[in-house]
Write a protein of this length. Structure first.
Length: 723
């Protein structure tokens, strides 16, 4: 093989004379044509292994993308080379890639030529170029019906992408570089590989109740599932290759290519070629992967010297298990078939530990339970999980700040959350409060719940935190209720149990009472996407403490009239069912939330800072949520133990940045209602009318506006470390 790239001069001026160009190509079912006089034009060549034909490689790209595209001829060469080697020789004389410099998907394939979107890195560009060039085989030469059997072109092609990367980048462990500095200098995600990238695209969907079989026509597919044509097909074909062996796979797919070159194969034609080459019936593979939504989940357990292989999944496929001796060397490896439930394995005498699918070819949706012995694997910030070990990510944490504790640097340690963990994750934060010279932090545990059939998907989160003058606990079940395959309506249920122990010296005594509080809350919401421009949301909730109970109701209507005109309306009403003893923080504040249950990162709950204190210039949305600050007669934020209501409107208008807000609200205890209106831009709320002002209801000078300016700040830190 020979790679040869040369640079050709570009001519800037347009020719005055008209000319006629003729393009001719046999055996293609589509064409495309691109032109741009600013292109840098590069040419290379590819000699196929039979050495009789020389294929011209062309890449056309804009000068501004020159650095990214500098190796584009190499990508074209290697794509042509590997696909020819895997499946059969490229039959045409040109392979061309065009820099589309747009952001419409990754790229678009046409016979002989492909247009490529903007890419974030050289590897991502190579990925897209090889993928689009690969469509010459899967879609072009093997002209399957891409609308009826999308997996046959996108999926088999994506599988080939993993193969290409494995061959070409074996030396760097199939690494794909999305961000050079982050991965190779900082060492974050340094082991990210192409095959894991594809597995990650599949693993979370495998067990979803929204999963759809691949053999559906394109219009029956929901948007969220479309990617499964690529990733699910790719990961299962990769697994099949491992099961059959690469030589066998090559033999079969090369025969498929020979038989169906320039014709229109259907799924059964592919399956027939597999059958012709194998003794074994592959119905189990084709049925499960393409016709069903079954998923693979094996697990292995060791008790004393017994190794038991469990099938927790719904797809019973052959599974490979390896045994290791005391020094960690592999001593035996076997395939196991027909494990419907569980099977006691017969390990070799020296076996100390075992792993399922030791090279990780099987798209097991939960890889956490695939080894009997785990050692500790520490990563800086995050890396691709090994799953066989305890993969623990250590994040230096500088960002947590609140006025009471000051900056609290420390470490957050987490594991899980990534695809392949089945929705599980743990996090632990050790932070230090230099002001009070004591540690702060907490932990958070997240697990999926599958036993509540009411829910489409649900999870349990438990977290405990110490910081900001509070020691607290929260257990939360959140679940969605909806029909499979539909995106609307979706209902959500959120049930919480909170415990707070508040040190009264750490809080603004007007806003928060100190002491111990046990709180339960239940929230139900339902959202309808009426059409692409309109949605409706309805919420109802109740919160209860020892001697109080408060209920609320709110509703949102959002509608976009034109590109620049949109309206959002929110109606809110709350009332108390019981107020025998109402702690200050559970009163209803008219002008925003004080986050009584510590679900957000609040900058100052002490009331001692001028700029940061809650309910002043910093605005946390919640409750009636008037965007202007209403004060009581003592100059404190107005709070009520009675019914409260608000109507809020956000109006986007043409030729205006941000939007205009208009809020009206009131409470049963106060005769007048309150109106505020102003400009909302980014996180800023800039009032220009406040009805409750005694002196000037509209600005009399710039200071009036500055005094009333508010900054929207609803931030929830990851892993539940909110103080
Ligand atoms: Zn594609």
């Amino acid at each position: 093989m020979k790679k040869n790239a040369e640079k050709t001069e570009t001519v800037d001026s347009s020719a005055i004379e008209m000319k006629t160009l003729h393009f001719h190509q046999e055996n293609v079912h589509d064409f495309a044509w691109f032109a741009d006089k600013n292109w840098i034009v590069r040419k290379g060549e590819l000699l196929l292994s039979d050495s009789t034909r020389n294929i011209s490689l062309w890449s056309f790209y804009l000068p501004k993308n020159a650095e990214l595209w500098e190796n584009s001829i190499e990508y074209l060469h290697d794509s042509g080379y590997w696909y020819s080697k895997f499946y059969g020789d490229y039959p045409y004389n040109h392979i061309t890639a065009v820099d589309g410099d747009m952001s419409a998907g990754g790229g678009m394939e046409y016979p002989n030529i492909t247009v490529i979107s903007r890419s974030g890195s050289k590897d991502l560009l190579e990925y897209v170029i090889m993928h689009e060039v690969g469509h010459n085989w899967f879609y072009g030469i093997l002209g399957s019906n891409e609308r009826d059997h999308t997996w046959m072109d996108e999926g088999l092609n994506e599988y080939s992408n993993i193969r290409y990367w494995q061959k070409k980048y074996k030396g760097r462990n199939e690494q794909i570089i999305v961000q050079e500095f982050v991965q190779n200098k900082l060492g974050i995600a340094k082991n990210l590989s192409m095959n894991w990238f594809t597995y990650a695209g599949y693993a979370n969907s495998g067990k979803s109740r929204d999963a759809q079989p691949l053999n559906l026509t394109a219009e029956k597919y929901t948007g969220g599932n479309y990617g499964q044509h690529y990733s699910k097909t790719a990961v299962f074909m990769r697994y099949l290759q491992h099961y059959l062996g690469e030589d066998k796979m090559d033999e079969i797919l090369q025969d498929f290519y020979r038989q169906w070159e320039f014709r229109h194969p259907y799924p059964e034609d592919l399956e027939a070629v597999f059958s012709a080459h194998l003794q074994e019936d592959l119905d189990w593979f084709f049925d499960n992967v393409f016709e069903k939504t079954t998923y693979v989940d094996y697990g292995i357990k060791k008790t004393d010297d017994r190794f038991v292989l469990h099938n927790y999944g719904t797809f019973t496929c052959p599974v490979e298990v390896a045994f290791y001796n005391g020094s960690g060397q592999e001593i035996q490896r076997d395939w196991h078939h027909n494990i419907d439930n569980k099977k006691k394995l017969s390990p070799p005498l020296a076996a100390v530990s075992a792993r399922i699918d030791p090279d990780q070819h099987m798209p097991d949706v939960n890889r956490r339970n695939n080894s009997t012995q785990k050692s500790l694997n520490l990563n800086f910030v995050w890396d691709q999980p090994t799953y066989f070990n305890h993969d623990v990510n250590i994040v230096p944490w500088f960002f947590s700040y609140n006025y009471y504790n000051g900056f609290t640097p420390g470490l957050t340690i987490f594991s899980g959350f990534a695809p392949g963990y089945d929705g599980s994750g743990n996090a632990l934060s050790f932070l230090y409060d230099f002001e009070h010279k004591k540690p702060v932090g907490g932990f958070s545990i997240t697990r999926p719940i599958r036993s509540i059939s009411l829910f489409h998907a649900s999870s349990l989160n438990i977290n405990m935190n110490h910081g900001s003058g509070r020691t607290g606990f929260n257990a939360r079940i959140s679940g969605t209720i909806k029909e499979p395959y539909v995106e609307s309506p979706v209902a959500r249920i959120n049930a919480n149990l909170f415990y707070h122990h508040l040190d009264s010296t750490a809080f603004d005594p007007f806003l928060y009472d100190g002491g111990k509080f046990l709180i339960t809350s239940l929230r139900y919401s339902k959202n309808w996407e009426l059409n692409i421009d309109s949605e409706l949301t309805f919420r109802i909730g109740i919160k209860m403490g020892k001697d109080f109970a408060r209920s609320y109701l709110s509703s949102d209507v959002n509608h976009r009239f034109t590109k620049n005109i949109a309206t959002k309306i929110r109606l809110f009403v709350s009332r108390y069912l019981l107020t025998k003893e109402l702690p200050a923080q559970y009163r209803t504040y008219l002008s925003g939330s004080i986050d009584s249950d510590f679900e957000q990162n609040i900058l100052d709950r002490t009331g001692n800072s001028e700029a940061l204190q809650v309910l002043s210039h910093i605005y946390y949305d919640g409750g009636p949520g008037l965007r202007g600050l209403v004060l009581d007669k003592d100059g404190r934020p107005l709070a009520t133990e009675k019914m409260a209501w608000s109507l809020r409107i956000n109006q986007e208008l043409p030729y205006m940045p941000g939007d205009i807000f208009f809020d009206i609200g009131g409470t049963a205890g106060v005769e007048n209602h309150f109106i505020v209106s102003g400009l909302h831009f980014g996180p800023l709320f800039i009032p220009f009318y406040q009805s409750w002002e005694v002196k000037y209801k509209i600005p009399n000078n710039g200071q009036w506006v500055l005094d009333r300016l508010r900054l929207g700040f609803n931030v929830s830190l990851p892993f539940g470390i909110n103080f």
